[in-house]
Design a protein. Structure first.
Length: 135
């Protein structure tokens, strides 16, 4: 669904970035180390829509959590961001490791947001089962 929305936005002329949370965090850490974080933030701000995929698959340390929090907070209420995750908000503290930071991020990204809770079987699992039954 996130990819479909991203493609639709591109077709309508919007600037879209699709990234995994791990990839974004890697960029943030490198920019922080190279003292080019402001340049990355300015570039990130130019996107009309940012899609952060796979939120919750990899936890991060305190520094990584703070970098990601600050970066996503810049967009809150100003630009569109889609975050895909397999975890409910009640489990985000497992990723961030800090209950205050987690609560603040959830508060910012859910304010005036559209939340879509998709339940059911994984389409990837369905395709795999289909492929295995055809053999």
């Amino acid at each position: 669904m996130a990819i479909g929305l991203g493609i639709k936005a591109c077709l309508q002329g919007y600037k879209v970035l699709f990234t995994s949370v791990h990839g974004l965090l890697t960029q943030l850490r490198e920019s922080h180390s190279n003292h080019t974080l402001q340049r990355l933030e300015a570039k990130f701000e130019k996107y009309d829509l940012v899609i952060c995929d796979e939120f919750g698959y990899v936890s991060f340390d305190k520094n990584g959590a703070e970098l990601l929090f600050n970066h996503l907070s810049l967009r809150a209420g100003r630009k569109s961001t889609i975050i895909t995750t397999n975890l409910g908000f009640d489990r985000w503290q497992e990723i961030f490791g800090d209950p205050v930071l987690t609560a603040a991020l959830v508060d910012r990204i859910t304010h005036r947001a559209h939340l879509v809770n998709m339940e059911g079987d994984s389409y990837r699992l369905k395709e795999t089962k289909k492929m295995m039954s055809e053999k």
